[in-house]
Write a protein that binds this ligand. Structure first.
Ligand code: PEP
Length: 249
C-alpha cells in the first residue's frame, strides 16, 4: 500500500517569532505542487499563531511539540489539544524522548496524551525509542514494542496515529541509525500493530524515523520499505537542509 510520506520539523526550544516566521516562509516557498511528502512544522508554543498565519492554505501543517492530557482545568503552564486545534495545529508530537527524559512523561502519561490529541482532532506523532544502554544490552525491541503497546493497544482512533521511531542515542548526536537497522525496528513496529489492530491499520500506519536525519542521509533511510517519513530536529532549523529531506521523500 502506498503511504504518503510525512516529514515533520521539530524546532524544539529554538526560534522566536521573527525567526520562526522567516523559517516557515522559506519552507512554504520550497514546497510546491510536485512535493509528494506531507510537511508539518512544530515551532515553540509562542510562535504557533504566527506560523499558522504563514502556513494557512499552503498544505503545510502545524504541530504542537507536546500536549496536556486533559482538555482544560487547573494545570498551570500546560497547553491542551483543543487550544492547539484552535490556533490551527493539525498534529502534535507526544512522548518525545526529551519529554520522557526530562519531564517525567512515562508510558501511561504518553497514552493519555495520545488520547487527548485524538479527542481534540489532532494527529498524534507518538515517539518511541531505546537508549544506547538498552540497545547495547540487546533490549531494543523489548523497549520499543513495550512503549508501542502502551500507545496502541485497544486504542480507539489508532488509524489516525503516526509513530516516530527515534533511537535516543541518535537524537541530536549526528549518529544516525543504519538504514537497515532502522528498517528492522520499523518492520517490527508494523508487525506489532498488525497483531494489535489488523492488516488494514498496519498497512496504512505511517512510521517515521528520527535521529540525526540530514539532507545527505535521508534518501537511504526513506528508501526503506517501512520508513514512511522523518521527524527532524536539528536539520529542520535550516530551510535548505529541511527542503533537501523533503525532496528525498
Ligand atoms: C528530534 O528531536 O526528534 C530529532 C530527531 O532530533 P535530531 O534530528 O536533531 O536528531
Amino acid at each position: 500500500m502506498a503511504r504518503r510520506p510525512l516529514i515533520a520539523g521539530n524546532w524544539k526550544l529554538h526560534n522566536g517569532l521573527e525567526a520562526s516566521v522567516t523559517l516557515a516562509r522559506a519552507v512554504v516557498a520550497g514546497v510546491d505542487a510536485g512535493t509528494r511528502a506531507e510537511v508539518v512544522l512544530a515551532p515553540v508554543f509562542t510562535a504557533l499563531s504566527s506560523v499558522a498565519a504563514v502556513v494557512r492554505g499552503t498544505g503545510v501543517g502545524l504541530a504542537g511539540q507536546d500536549v496536556h492530557w486533559d482538555d482544560k482545568g487547573a494545570f498551570t503552564g500546560e497547553v491542551s489539544a483543543p487550544l492547539l486545534a484552535d490556533v490551527g495545529a493539525s498534529h502534535v508530537i507526544v512522548g518525545h524522548s526529551e519529554r520522557r527524559q526530562f519531564f517525567g512523561d512515562d508510558d501511561a502519561r504518553v497514552r493519555r496524551k495520545v488520547e487527548a490529541a485524538l479527542r481534540g482532532g489532532l494527529v498524534p506523532i507518538a515517539c518511541v525509542g531505546e537508549t544506547l544502554g538498552e540497545r547495547e544490552a540487546g533490549k531494543t525491541l523489548d523497549v520499543v514494542l513495550g512503549q508501542l503497546d502502551a500507545i496502541a493497544k485497544d486504542l480507539v482512533g489508532i488509524e489516525r496515529v503516526v509513530i516516530a521511531y527515534e533511537p535516543v542515542w541518535a537524537i541530536g548526536t549526528g549518529r544516525v541509525a543504519k538504514a537497515e537497522d532502522a528498517e528492522d525496528v520499523h518492520r517490527a513496529i508494523r508487525d506489532r500493530v498488525r497483531a494489535l489492530a489488523g492488516d488494514a491499520i498496519a498497512d496504512g500506519l505511517r512510521i517515521l524515523y528520527g535521529g540525526s536525519v540530514k539532507g545527505d542521509n535521508a534518501a537511504a533511510l526513506l528508501g526503506q520499505a517501512d520508513i514512511d517519513g522523518a521527524l527532524v530536529g536539528g536539520a529542520s532549523l535550516d530551510a535548505a537542509q529541511f527542503l533537501a529531506i523533503i525532496r528525498a521523500a
